[in-house]
Design a binder for this molecule. Sequence first.
Ligand code: 5AD
Ligand code: SF4
Length: 460
Amino acid sequence: MQQIEIDKKYIEEVYNLNKNCDYLKYTIMTMGCQLNENDSEKISGMLEEMNYKYTDNFEDADLIVFNTCCVRENAEEKLFGKIGEVKNLKENKNVILAIGGCMMQEKNMVEKIKKSYPYVDIVFGTHTIHKLPEDIFRVLSERNKVRDIIDIDGDIYEGMPIKRNSSYKASVTIMYGCNNFCSYCIVPYVRGRERSRDPERILEEIRMLAKEGYKEITLLGQNVNSYKGDDKIKNFAELLDEVCKIDGIEFVNFISPHPKDFTDDVIEVIAKNPKVTRIIHLPLQSGSTKVLKEMNRKYTKEQFIERANKIKKMCPDVVFSTDIIVGYAGETEEDFEDTLDVVRQINFEQIYMFIYSIREGTVGAKREDQVPEDIKHARFDRLKELYESRVDENNEKYIGTCQKILIEGLSKNNPNTYTGRTNTNKVVIFDKDGDYKPGDIINCKITEAHKWYLKGEKVN
Ligand code: 5AD
Ligand code: SF4
């Protein structure tokens, strides 16, 4: 029997154990990136087929899943706090407690859980998500603790159930793992080497989503533009082009690309396809050529700027977002000035800023020239200040323009207004003058710019 059939058999086995209990509930707490969010949707899909219903209340749950991240250290503190909090639920109600995700691919974390939190029932890794039904079956039928982790690269499992969080936007993982080994990053150690999904399978999934009414697709991968296809759809550029051809899909995003793989053919596809959203994520990490080399990023400051300028030249309507790490080992004041310099030159509309967090097992962790915490924080504040000083100017550029808006729903704070997003991911609020549902698309003329949102008026 193939693994996928075995997994489905266990879904059925657990369903049979649970079928007479209509009250069974699960909750899931997801940490980290969109890939983890997507994994959680798959976990939810399996749990619902096993007769568990979702609750956002931990107290009501019969099964609690933590899907963890380990990119930065603060995620660990958060997780251990949460596991401590649910201890009394475990004791009073005997809920099933399952912990999975990236952190569980780290041996010392699994050891720590075994030692300090022995009441955890299931520990599963990123490569064994599909086996969660079997793990639950073993806990239910044998009351065993299960540790189901493999550290080789997992296979790709197609056709598992999925329960999507949204009815109009969906993430589709196109490749798993990363081969880059940036020296600060733990991801290649916990997610394994790059594996790409079959392009036809991806397109089939997106065609189905379009039929179900989904409007926005985000193609996901740790290193999404190093996607490798087959003889027909060979690479990321060709796949992106095919996705844009699917009727019904109006917005196409991809995350997270690597600047070194942002080749001309990808830029050409973006240029000719207005469906590709006009905010391009181009993770800088550092503006110093010296630090970039030590980070193993495979581009220089000048090459990064050249790529961004080329994208801007070929697609003048795009804006950029980026990731920046401050205080990587050995970063001097001069290196940090180079980062600020790139930020001044490129004028990113969105910057995800991170203070360097030492990750055991990576090359960066072995360095002795770590930057003191107070200097890291001071640099972070300076970068934030520079970024925030640009926000008003960037927002004001939108005033008077006409934007295609994907409606998210009524605004949380004011039911007389709707909230939507532009194809550059800007939040737009407009007055309610009709009934719209999430996923509807309208045109808006932007009339006001505020710090964290724009105001608009519907136009025909
Ligand atoms: N410390 C701080 N930030 C990190 N990132 C990855 N590893 C680390 C680390 N050790 C950031 C990078 C990456 C984003 C997802 O997280 O900027 O692009
Ligand atoms: Fe980490 Fe670099 Fe791979 Fe991104 S490309 S997941 S930062 S190693």
